[in-house]
Design a protein around this ligand. Structure first.
Ligand code: MG
Length: 203
């Protein structure tokens, strides 16, 4: 399986990192080894001193497909969750400055936290879903999927022009404003529609 991530998909977040609002989806990938399994502890990586959380809605592909049209994209998923696109912001800033790829900042082991998947009651609802992240009991990030620049169907249509999407692949749909650093012992809890779907403590 692969993990496809969309960057700068919320205008307010693009602005907070001084990025332009993109003309096409900004796409990058994480390997399977980036998956943070719920039973395993998450250790603060030794190659960064500025690890950031990015809470995002995650969609799971339920069928294989390539060149999927936006119209038919809803047939390819039915389960969603929330996750964290952990980012070594210091490394990412350094890579961006040099015009180099982001993988070391974005695709490292444990960088993809994924919550428990829930079934979408209906597709329309996907475009107005509240989600949020609490750290140590305080809400630090709040989003609604209606603020996405590219919606899930547009992301699937775009990504599947380049990559065959397979059953089980995950799509991280971008983070809203409010990203920030985490520290050892922080307790991160992700919610979708008020339901807690992940719970991670940084060691
Ligand atoms: Mg992200």
């Amino acid at each position: 399986m692969k993990i496809i991530c969309i960057g700068r998909n919320y205008a307010e977040h693009a602005k907070e990192l001084n990025n332009e609002v993109p003309e096409a989806p900004v796409l990058f990938m994480k390997p399977k080894s980036a998956l943070q399994l719920p039973e395993k502890p998450f250790y603060y990586p030794d190659f960064t001193t500025d690890l950031h959380y990015e809470c995002e809605v995650v969609v799971k592909m339920q069928k294989n497909g390539r060149a999927i049209s936006e119209k038919f994209a809803p047939r390819y998923y039915k389960e969603i969750s929330v996750g964290l696109d952990f980012t070594a912001r210091d490394l990412q800033t350094q890579q961006k400055k040099k015009g180099l790829p982001w993988e070391i900042a974005k695709a490292f082991d444990g960088s993809a936290v994924v919550g428990k998947f829930i079934e979408l009651p209906n597709i329309e609802e996907l475009n107005s879903l509240d989600f949020h992240l609490d750290i140590n009991g305080n809400t630090v990030q709040k989003g609604n999927t209606q603020d996405m620049i590219y919606n899930v169907n547009q992301i699937i249509a775009y990504a599947s022009r380049f990559f065959t999407l397979n059953m089980g692949d995950l799509i991280f749909t971008g983070t809203p404003a409010g990203v920030g650093p985490v520290a050892a012992n922080d307790h991160l809890e992700g919610y979708l529609k008020g339901e807690k779907l992940f719970d991670v403590t940084v060691r």
